[in-house]
Write a protein that binds this ligand. Structure first.
Ligand code: DLZ
Ligand code: SF4
Length: 507
C-alpha cells in the first residue's frame, strides 16, 4: 500500500522540488511518465524531445540509485495519451492515499491537474513551485495598481531581495544596469572558445532512436546532439561559461553572424527551465566571478539581469495575465506563418535564412535573433500571433509556455499591446546590419527602401508604422519615427505600401 504518490513532470527535474519534501522512502512512491499529449501538443524540435526525454530518464535513474521507489513509463511502454491516463494507471496499480504534485509551469496543465481530485476521487495536494527567486506574491505586490510594468523596477526589487551585486543597499559600481555597454557587433577581437560537447551515453542514444522512429516528420536536425542531460554535466558546462566566456558575454551578447552559433552565451536556459540548474545559484556564481576579477561588471550584471530580472519578470507576467493574455491580438494580425520559418531555403533574406538554419540545427538561437529577426519580421508582416507562438514553442529547446508566451507574444510581436514592452521592437534593415554580417551576403540592399531590391525589412517597417499609426502615434518612445514619417513624400509612402503588399502577397 502506497501512502503518497508523487507525480513529477518533465520540467520538474530537481532533487529539491517541493513535491519531494517530506518524502518517506518506506511508504511513498514517484511517478514519471512520457506521455503523448506532451510530446505532441506542438511540433517539438527533435533535439528538444531528445533533451527532455533523456533528462527525464537520467533523473529517474538517479532517484532509483538513491533508493526512491520510481515508476517510470517510456513513451512506447504504455503509450499514455496524457498525464491523467498515466496517473489513472498508477492509481489502480499502487492504490495511494494521496497524490502530490508541484504546481505545473503551464496554465494548460494546471487545468488538467485541478480536475484530478474529482475525477479519481482521491486527495490531490498541489504544492507551490519554489524554484523561482520571486514568489507569485512578490510579483503581485510589484504589479498591483501599476499602469505600466517595467522590468527594470522589478529587477531592482530582486537585486534588493537577494542582495546580489549590492553593497550598503546600493548597486555595486553605481549603476543598476549596464546595457548601454553591451551592444557590440562581433569583431576581430572576438575569439570565441569552443563549447564543451557532452557525448551521448546509452540512455541518450536510446532516446535518439525513439525520436528518429516516432517523430521523423518533426522539425529539426537530430544528429550531433551534445547538450547535457544530467545536472552534473549542466554544471560543468556552466562552469566553463564562467571561466571562458562570461568576460566577453556582455559586450557581444547582441551580436549576430552567419559564422557564429553560440557566441559567448551561456546556453543554460534549457537546463534552468527543466530544473537541472538552479537560477539563484547561477546568479551567485556570476557575482563571484566578478568579485574574483574574472569579468567586468557589465558582463556579470548583464548575465544576472537576464535571470534575476528578465526570467522572473516574464514568469510573473504569465501568471498575472493568463489565460486572457494568450488571446490578445493588438494589431489584429492574421497572416499565416510563411513556409520559410520551417525551411530556410524558401527565403532569400539572408538574416532570416541564417536564423532559421541555426534554429533547425541546434534548437537554439539567441535572444536578439529571436527578437529582432524572426520576431521583428513576424510583427512587421502581421503574422497570426497564434501561429507565431506555436512556432517558437516548437523550435526552441528551452520553450515552455510560461517563458515563451510573454517573450514572443509580448516582447517580440507586441500582440499584448504593451504589457511586457513599452514599445514595439520594430526595426529596419539598418539595425540588423549594425549588429550582424548578414547584409553583406544578402541579395537585398539594406541601404534603400523604395527600390525593387530594397531590404524588405525597410519597407515593411515603414508600412507597419503607417498601417498602425492610430494605435501607436501617441507612444512617447515612437516620437522620432512618426516625426520622420511626417516628412516623407506621399509618393514615397505609396511606393512603400506597394512594395510591402507585393512582397507579402508572395510569402
Ligand atoms: C515538453 C515535454 C515533453 C515533450 N514531454 C513530456 C512528457 O512526456 N512527460 C512530462 O512529464 N513532461 C513532458 N514535457 C514537459 C511538460 O510539457 C511540462 O512539464 C508541462 O507542460 C508543465 O506544465
Ligand atoms: Fe536581412 Fe535586409 Fe540585411 Fe538582407 S539586407 S540580411 S533581408 S536585413
Amino acid at each position: 500500500m502506497t501512502r503518497n504518490l508523487i507525480f513529477i513532470l518533465g520540467d520538474q527535474l530537481s532533487n529539491n522540488i517541493s513535491s519531494l519534501k517530506n518524502f518517506d522512502k518506506s511508504q511513498d512512491k514517484i511517478l514519471i511518465a512520457e506521455v503523448n499529449s506532451e510530446a505532441n501538443y506542438v511540433n517539438h524540435h527533435k533535439k528538444k524531445l531528445v533533451f527532455i526525454f533523456s533528462a527525464m530518464r537520467h533523473f529517474a535513474k538517479n532517484l532509483i540509485k538513491n533508493g526512491y521507489d520510481v515508476s517510470y513509463y517510456k513513451l512506447n511502454d504504455e503509450s499514455f495519451s496524457d498525464f491523467s491516463e498515466a496517473l489513472n494507471f498508477q492509481i489502480n496499480k499502487s492504490r495511494p492515499e494521496k497524490i502530490i504534485v508541484t504546481s505545473p509551469s503551464e496554465f494548460r496543465v494546471v487545468k488538467e491537474i485541478e480536475s484530478w481530485q474529482k475525477k479519481f476521487n482521491i486527495l490531490v495536494e498541489i504544492r507551490t513551485d519554489d524554484r523561482f527567486i520571486a514568489s507569485q506574491q512578490d510579483f503581485i505586490d510589484f504589479a498591483k495598481n501599476k499602469k505600466n510594468l517595467l522590468m527594470e523596477f522589478f529587477y531592482r526589487k530582486m537585486r534588493q531581495k537577494t542582495q546580489i551585486l549590492m553593497k550598503d543597499n546600493k548597486p555595486i559600481g553605481g549603476k543598476w544596469n549596464y546595457d548601454a555597454e553591451n551592444r557590440n557587433k562581433f569583431d576581430k577581437n572576438a575569439k570565441i572558445p569552443d563549447q564543451i560537447k557532452i557525448e551521448p551515453d546509452n540512455i541518450t542514444k536510446e532516446v535518439i532512436e525513439l525520436v528518429k522512429n516516432n517523430f521523423s516528420d518533426n522539425f529539426g536536425e537530430i544528429d550531433n546532439f551534445y547538450y547535457a542531460v544530467k545536472k552534473e554535466d549542466a554544471k560543468k558546462l556552466f562552469d566553463d561559461f564562467i571561466k571562458n566566456r562570461l568576460k566577453d558575454f556582455g559586450k557581444y551578447q547582441d551580436g549576430m553572424s552567419d559564422e557564429i552559433e553560440f557566441g559567448f552565451h551561456s546556453i543554460i536556459s534549457l537546463y534552468l527551465n527543466v530544473g537541472l540548474l538552479d537560477p539563484l545559484e547561477m546568479c551567485k556564481k556570476a557575482e563571484e566571478a566578478y568579485f574574483s576579477g574574472l569579468c567586468d561588471i557589465n558582463s556579470a550584471e548583464g548575465f544576472i539581469r537576464q535571470i534575476l530580472g528578465w526570467r522572473e519578470f516574464i514568469r510573473g507576467i504569465y501568471w498575472f495575465k493568463m489565460p486572457q493574455y494568450k488571446e490578445l491580438n493588438f494589431f489584429k494580425a492574421k497572416k499565416k506563418l510563411p513556409e520559410f520559418y520551417w525551411n530556410e531555403e524558401r527565403t532569400e533574406m539572408n538574416c532570416l535564412k541564417n536564423v532559421v538554419k541555426q534554429t533547425r540545427k541546434n534548437a537554439y538561437s539567441h535572444h536578439i535573433q529571436r527578437l529582432m529577426i524572426t520576431g521583428n519580421f513576424a510583427m512587421l508582416a502581421a503574422l497570426d500571433p497564434k501561429e507565431v507562438n506555436d512556432w517558437y514553442m516548437s523550435v526552441y529547446f528551452d520553450a515552455f509556455e510560461w517563458v515563451e508566451l510573454p517573450n514572443t507574444h509580448g516582447m517580440a510581436i507586441f500582440a499584448d499591446g504593451g504589457i511586457v514592452a513599452s514599445k514595439p521592437y520594430a526595426a529596419s534593415g539598418n539595425y540588423i546590419n549594425k549588429m550582424s554580417n548578414f547584409c553583406k551576403n544578402c541579395r537585398y540592399n539594406h541601404k534603400t527602401t523604395l527600390e525593387e531590391d530594397s531590404c524588405p525589412f525597410n519597407y515593411l517597417y515603414w508600412n507597419f508604422m503607417m498601417k498602425n499609426e492610430e494605435l501607436l502615434k501617441n507612444n512617447p518612445r515612437l516620437k522620432f519615427p512618426y516625426a520622420n514619417l511626417k516628412k516623407r513624400q506621399e509618393q514615397d509612402k505609396k511606393t512603400i505600401k506597394n512594395l510591402a503588399e507585393k512582397f507579402l502577397s508572395k510569402i
